[in-house]
Design a protein around this ligand. Structure first.
Ligand SMILES: NC(=O)c1ccc[n+]([C@@H]2O[C@H](COP(=O)([O-])OP(=O)(O)OC[C@H]3O[C@@H](n4cnc5c(N)ncnc54)[C@H](O)[C@@H]3O)[C@@H](O)[C@H]2O)c1
Ligand SMILES: [Fe+2]
Length: 360
């Protein structure tokens, strides 16, 4: 049985932030990435809301901590707004979602993503870091009421961020497509997100701004798919390694994903082949389509100048093997493991680590 719901209203296109006025709010609490406070975008968003009172919380850092969310929660409670808006990438969105969740007020929560990656604008997840471990909060209450997908916010995206967050989208779509919770509706979203992002990423990376809304929508579609279907071992390991070594989330997914495809292939080969054909990678036999998928991901990773190993991402492989037990334990304890197409065990996580640290 498949159940699908998306409570998040989507407002998409150039200039969409003007639609913040639709919420007719009086008091806006704006959680903003400091980058957008400095370049004046936060001010434009505050003006667009039409609110008489505005408070800006701009202490966001990549991979927000529990302590930061607690500090923001106290500020949010004290200000007591009727509208909470989050302006930034997945880190800002997650922190704002967690703050609204813990503050337990009755606000409208609007997510305005500025990266095309996390999908957090439509998901039931918020990922916070505590003691170097990333903890996904999972609750339907975390899903924002609305998401404003404004392509104008993407014009200054640095190349590295396009590449990293783009690979996050591909990983969300691919993991959701083979996840235990996948169904007809999530498959439709995941397939479209994967092929659209796979086709548009090279042009976006090369500087073509016209295709950026396409990738932005793909990120949201992939978010809608994975919040229902679940993710898998790639995300479980990216969370575990990300907490320990502070490598950006999308870069870790890019390193891990081809190795994960090989490990899951014996149970998910047919679906991997389907999604590869849908993205135009060809291969009439499943084994060929599967090989094309893995090669296609590796080729795209190279084209986007993303690292192939943890060492290339600045992580000393010896440091990984020194703390291998805690990395494996954290990955296996991550909720994303539950929806991987087969039950991951310690030896499998180690096998993937061997591939991405260059031991094999
Ligand atoms: N909640 C979810 O469903 C979910 C899903 C996947 C990932 N995540 C989380 O999201 C986080 C990653 O988010 P992210 O990849 O969007 O990056 P991010 O929010 O961590 O931002 C990375 C950097 O990009 C900068 N930046 C953001 N938008 C920009 C723009 N338009 N132009 C220039 N610079 C910009 C930020 O200032 C920051 O320095 C991780 O913590 C990950 O765990 C959450
Ligand atoms: Fe992700």
């Amino acid at each position: 049985m498949e159940e699908f719901s998306c409570k998040t209203k989507l407002i998409c296109g150039s200039g969409a932030i003007a639609r913040l006025a639709d919420f007719r709010a009086q008091k806006l609490f704006l959680v903003a990435d400091p980058y957008f406070v400095k370049n004046g975008t936060a001010k434009r968003v505050a003006e667009a809301s039409g609110c008489a009172q505005v408070e800006v919380f701009d202490k966001i850092q990549p991979d927000p901590t529990v302590e930061l969310a607690a500090e923001g929660t106290a500020k949010l409670r004290e200000f007591d707004p009727d509208l909470v808006a989050a302006l930034g990438g997945g880190s800002t969105l997650d922190c704002a979602k967690a703050m609204a969740y813990f503050a337990k007020g009755s606000y409208t929560l609007v997510a305005i993503p500025t990266t095309s990656g996390s999908g957090s604008e439509v998901t039931d997840f918020a990922i916070l870091t505590h003691n170097k471990v990333k903890h996904p909060l999972v609750d339907p209450w975390l899903r924002p009421d609305a998401a404003i997908l404004d392509s104008d916010l993407l014009s200054e995206l640095p190349k590295g961020l396009i590449a990293e967050t783009g690979f996050d989208v591909l990983t969300h779509a691919l993991e959701a497509y083979v996840a235990k919770g996948a169904g007809a509706v999530t498959d439709l979203l995941a397939r479209e997100a994967f092929s659209s992002a796979y086709a548009a990423l090279p042009a976006s990376y090369a500087g073509n701004r016209e295709v950026r809304l396409k990738v932005h929508l793909a990120a949201t579609m992939a978010g809608m798919a994975f919040t229902q279907a679940g993710l898998g071992i790639c995300h479980a390991m990216a969370h575990s390694l990300g907490g320990a070594f502070h490598v950006p989330h999308g870069r870790l997914n890019a390193i891990l994903l081809p190795a994960v495809v090989s490990c899951n292939a014996h149970v998910a080969g047919k679906k991997y082949a389907e999604i590869a054909r849908g993205a135009g990678m060809g291969g009439s036999a499943d084994t060929i389509a599967l090989r094309n998928l893995k090669n296609g991901l590796i080729r795209l990773r190279r084209e986007l100048n993303l690292p192939e190993t943890l060492a290339q991402a600045g992580v000393d492989p010896r440091a990984v093997w020194r703390s291998v037990n805690s990395i494996v334990d954290a990955a296996l304890a991550d909720p994303c493991c539950k929806s991987n197409p087969m039950e991951p065990e310690g030896f499998l996580v180690r096998r993937i680590l061997e591939e991405v640290t260059g031991r094999v």
